[in-house]
Design a binder for this molecule. Structure first.
Ligand code: EPZ
Length: 417
């Protein structure tokens, strides 16, 4: 079992390159099921979830070749229209094969993802959307069975803004007969990046990035090459780590225009931020000030940055409220922060954080991907040694994070114990 060992108290300094976005790469890999031509993706991050998605597509018959940060996917010989439980249970994003399979092959058998550490996370919106497009969908023995001779365009109103539902149905609608309108759709930058890739494959999509996406179905999609956008959550995580340690860093190969809510909160906390088209500079001269955050769909404050800001607020000047509105169980990191001496009270979906002078190193346990990032930030500021257990969560979404942090001067080691 691998662990991370951190000696805290060192301000982060220097520059680091940001990887491609996990949450853009995963749906785009599934887009390879929509065509018999070759889809070439570059700036692919080297992550566990990417490897799992690759295995899932390969067991369906997709040929995948990886060279450096490039992945070539060829869906000409897909012969198995199933996503088995063993693969889906480790990665919920596997549900993103559902729309493309039904759209191109008229059939799919996909395991229900089941619950996860941060919430129940049902997939009813994905299913309702496919049914609105004329698919027969039923659940049996824990599997979603979907069938349709050819999907038909429909007007679909989401009662909750859902990122992967928007992506799944946008991919399905690309090969449907007629026009589909997705209302109250997710506006996340990853949805827009996927739409750009689909349009380059010949799809007719308008309004990606707004709440209303209009897709005019086509008979066939072709291959293309696409560079994955930078990971805004990885960017935000490094910026918060630098702010919490009182450091000065430069992020390369990233984008500031998709991080407004996060950069605003960091500025409110006292950080000095400069950016240009591909770089973000952050300098933190003084102790951070506490900042209130409330998570909500893009462009508001991202839930995937909530835990990291909790670590920042734990050592900030003042008290702050963190309200989590997207997932019902995304405060698992609070108990672990208590072990480092943090003063946090939780009531329902609201946490009240009383900033203290310093945290003290201890052994803690990661419970999910972003909670792991929170504990790393807490370990970087804590006095003494922090040991983080169960770091497999981390490897699902951060590419070689301890190597990148060492590059910025952190004293952090991955050990086998
Ligand atoms: C995506 O998950 C991201 N994952 C998540 O990132 C992110 O936290 C989330 O969007 C919100 O931004 C990927 O893109 C692979 P949702 P997704 O559907 O699409 C409810 C990370 O750390 N809902 O937007 O699964 C749901 O329970 C991960 O990288 C339904 O009720 O999230 C939640 O409360 C974690 N029924 C809300 O909608 C449905 O059918 C938003 O979830 C679908 C969702």
């Amino acid at each position: 079992m691998q662990k991370l060992v951190i000696q805290g108290g060192i301000p982060l300094r220097g520059e680091v390159r940001i990887s491609g976005a996990k949450n853009a790469a995963l749906p785009m890999m599934c887009a390879s099921l929509l065509t018999s031509d070759v889809l070439q993706l570059s700036n692919m991050p080297d992550l566990h979830d990417i490897a799992t998605m690759r295995k899932l597509l390969e067991q369906m018959g997709v040929k995948a070749v990886v060279q450096g940060d490039e992945m070539t996917l060829h869906g000409a010989q897909v012969d198995r229209l199933e996503a088995p439980y063993d693969m889906v249970k480790t990665m919920r994003a596997a549900v993103l094969v559902l729309g493309p399979l039904v759209a191109r092959f008229g059939e799919a058998r996909v395991s229900m993802p089941g619950g996860c550490a941060i919430g129940s996370r049902p997939v009813d919106i994905h299913i309702k959307g496919l049914q609105a497009m004329g698919a027969q969908v039923f659940i049996e023995h824990g599997y979603i069975h979907a069938q349709a001779k050819r999907l038909k365009g429909a007007r679909i109103l989401f009662d909750i803004v859902s990122v992967t539902s928007t992506e799944n149905l946008m991919m399905a609608a690309a090969l449907a007969e007629g026009v589909t309108v997705l209302e109250n759709a997710a506006r996340e930058p990853e949805v827009v990046d996927l739409a750009h890739c689909l349009i380059a494959m010949g799809a007719k999509i308008e309004g990606a990035g707004s709440h209303t996406i209009v897709i005019t179905g086509v008979d066939r999609l072709h291959g293309t090459t696409h560079r994955i956008m930078p990971d805004r959550i990885e960017s935000g995580t490094f910026l918060v780590a630098a702010a919490a340690t009182g450091g000065s860093i430069v992020l390369r190969d990233t984008r500031a225009d998709i991080l407004d809510a996060v950069l605003e909160k960091l500025t409110e906390a006292g950080a000095c931020i400069r950016s240009d088209s591909e770089n973000i500079h952050l300098d933190m001269m003084d102790r951070p000030r506490s900042v209130n955050v409330r998570t909500a769909p893009y462009p508001a404050f991202p839930t995937d940055m909530q835990a990291q800001f909790m670590a920042l607020n734990a050592i900030a000047e003042g008290s702050a409220m963190v309200v989590e509105t997207i997932f019902e169980n995304r405060f698992m990191h609070v108990q672990e922060l208590h072990r480092l001496g943090a003063r946090i009270d939780v009531e329902g979906n609201t946490a009240l954080i009383h900033g203290i002078d310093h945290l003290e190193g201890a052994t803690v346990m990661a419970t999910d991907l972003r909670a792991s990032a929170c504990l790393i930030i807490a370990g970087l500021v804590a006095q003494g040694e922090t040991v983080i257990d169960r770091i497999y969560h981390l490897d699902r979404g951060y590419e070689h994070i301890e190597i990148k942090l060492s590059q910025l001067g952190a004293n952090i080691l991955r050990i086998n114990k």
